[in-house]
Design a binder for this molecule. Sequence first.
Ligand code: COA
Length: 299
Amino acid sequence: MAKRAKTASTKKSATRSTKTKSTELSTSCVDVAFEDGIAWVTLNRPDKRNAMSPALNREMIGVMQALELDPRCRVLILTGAGTAFSSGMDLKEYFRERDGQDFITIRRIERDAEDWQWRMMRAFPKPTIAMVNGWCFGGAFAPVVGCDLAIAADDAVFGVSEVNWGIIPAGNVAKAVAETMSSRNAMYYLMTGETFTGKQAAEMGLVNKSVPKRSLKNATRRLAKNLLQKNSAVLMQAKHALKAVQAMDDWEMSADYLHAKGDQLKIMDTEDARAEGLTEFLDKKSFKPGLGHVSEKKK
Ligand code: COA
């Protein structure tokens, strides 16, 4: 009996996915772990509620540059250690300690933050998901919106809190809320500094959905696994195309741009997902594109 139980548990652990910390990519402020194609990137200053200091920002640039080329990362999940996703920019190290420095140094500190929080995030060639596990304030809105998708814990607490301590939501935070929330909601929370929950964030469209905290990791992992089944070149072209056409007012221009992006995909996609999809649906009748992905066809 004991032997049977052992065999069963060995089998279970053989199929269970394993999350392995990357010692070469983890830094003093950022933890990186790999799990079956997913890179879990955790802002790791829990005692400071993962406030984003200049050091953390520089380290995140390095982490993202490395993950861009690392085949172990096919989907990036960004989250925070402890009770916070991130309490925003570090009021001591990012604001107070830079005061009095020369303007080139200040610009550099700002640029490092913006580089990873939205510039690199928005251009990242692989899918990105923000998993908002707790406190999320001010500057943290930039990477949440910078990520392609976002899932929050129902009871995560969000706040565009800059006005509460006397600054405006710069670092493109105002842009991030303007892009995802209705103008009434964006203006309300930006002017009052009131907090709102993960559930409200989902209702307002700032995140895709919220789930109870105990299900957050699994829900995020499920979403990542859905993306892992798709062709990576198709996903990259699709998400970059959506971001580009959002900024285009002219329908003729966006139509032409999308045709060009589609044609470019034919060169990039060496697996030719399109031809496989057509064959599987039209000839083999082995899957229905309306109901699932081609890789699921034989399940
Ligand atoms: N910058 C620098 N330090 C921060 C910080 C930030 N954004 N947020 C938290 N910390 C530090 C605190 O100073 C404290 O440090 P200490 O232990 O050395 O005193 C530590 O993190 C814990 O913070 P505390 O306020 O005690 O935690 P809490 O769980 O009771 O409250 C918050 C969490 C997030 C509600 C609260 O820390 C807070 O309001 N932070 C600022 C959020 C904000 O407005 N950010 C916008 C920046 S633009």
